[in-house]
Ligand binder design. Sequence first.
Ligand SMILES: O=C(O)CCC(=O)C(=O)O
Ligand SMILES: [Fe+2]
Length: 552
Amino acid sequence: MAPAAPFNPPSADLPGKPFVPEWVPPPVTREKHNFAELKSIDLSLLDSEDPAVVDDLIQQVKVAIRDDGFLFLENYGVSLEQLHRQFALAQYLYNNISEEDKERLLFHPDSGKWSGYKHPYGFKRHRGAPDGIEQFNWYKPDWEDINRVPTCLHPFMDEIEAFSNYLTKSVNRRLLTVLSRVLELPDDYLWDNVQSHGSPTGEGYFRHALFRPVQKQTQEASKGLRMHGHTDFGLTTLLFSVPISCLQIWGRDEQWYYVPYKPGALVINIGDTLEIVSGGHFKATRHRVFRPPADQLHEERLSLVLFNSSIGDLRMAPAHDSKLIQREGCVEEQGVYKEFKKLTSQGKLVPTNRQWREIQIATCTDPTDTVNNRVGAHQVLIDGKVMHQREYMGVKVVLPDDEEHSQTFEQHQEHASDTYRAPVKTLRQRAHVIIRGRPCQVTAIRSSGTSIHLVAQDIFTGRSLSDEVGSTESVDIPIVRRHEYQLVNIDEDFLNLMTPDGTAKDDVKVPDGEIGNQIRQDFDAGKDLLIAVLSAMSEEQAISVKEAPKGY
Ligand SMILES: O=C(O)CCC(=O)C(=O)O
Ligand SMILES: [Fe+2]
């Protein structure tokens, strides 16, 4: 097999491309508990001329997939710099997308596709409770018509499309070769017979996602969940390992574990299709998105994902040509394969791949949905554990939805909800830090010999403060949150605000100066206003005002 060519994207500085600020990975958590140990696979070994090296690679994947159901992939042909450019483009999208584009390109999940822009108010087109998750998803029609893409990204579609093409046609194709070999099938079996083709993503999709920190009400309604425990419905999912630890996987010991950050690595999820095709030898990866450890609660999380889909018209069954299946039979004990098998043994048709994915998208529920997320509704108790149970076209899906494992984090967070400590060396420009008891934002950092000189600005008063810290020492960091509220009234010196779930909040003062004047002026003019409030260390201040989008 010819060695795989590395990713060679179009240039970032062609004429007409606006400047895109760099993406700086946020600091990694200091939390060490509840992290999974994932096996890491070096994909470049597939090109080795030594058959023993290739055999060893296949064995490693076999063990990782059959034991754990997930793995890291490294050396797949994209450099860290190229990857960071793609994250910078996602960051650029969320800093520049217009309100008009959000409205115009709003997704239609009822259609069974996530195509377009997802607002941060749940997984229905109609706005529900805030979930802080924004997404843009590219499906076939979105690649084919530039008008279906946010205008701010138009100059960069060459790079985004090249990246998705490389991920599908090079990385995923090689990964499917490895998986075909594990099943002892011809190299291109999964690529030729199961993977959907055409456009950069076939019937699958590519995603830019942004998870913003959530407010207390969302956190309480969802119990820390950002996305329910689930398996992906397609063939494979290629997720990029990110510094903000939210992705968790369900271990064999029936506990949730965070996926650690491995810069540049891909996290590979096995989807339902592969579980079925492999006759249960591959387990679809059970995963969810959960709140991060305490020291990352205030950070935004960008996530780039490629979902590889199976051919929509196919109904999946085990690949009986597989020598592995012929020799060892199928593995029946659990999961979607078992449920599909149940249907076929009753002489019933299983759903097509298209039906299977579209029904799950169209009926997806939110972690904030306190009506459905109850035992008796979408939850059941099995052996004392809370499980999420749904039925799609006669196929029962039961997945863990249990919270109790995270109590140690909960206690930790209560304790450390205002501040935490971090080595001064990890501070960057614009990072938060406490200087002389005040929450500040760093404006300058200078190293001299064994000490670091910090200059910072009080986030509430704007006053400049400075400090000298030993370069190996740690400093206190405030947890700074930014919430947006609707302005209902102004009561002398106080704002009467309303939280997204309708609770009144009347303890924030009208700020002094220009912003205060503007709030009063716009309110008197009858405008619907959203007020951003910054809070840190039990202090709160209104910091900006904007007009609420229509339909808010
Ligand atoms: O953003 C992530 O890390 C995972 C998202 C995910 O699991 C999904 O959308 O299926
Ligand atoms: Fe997923």
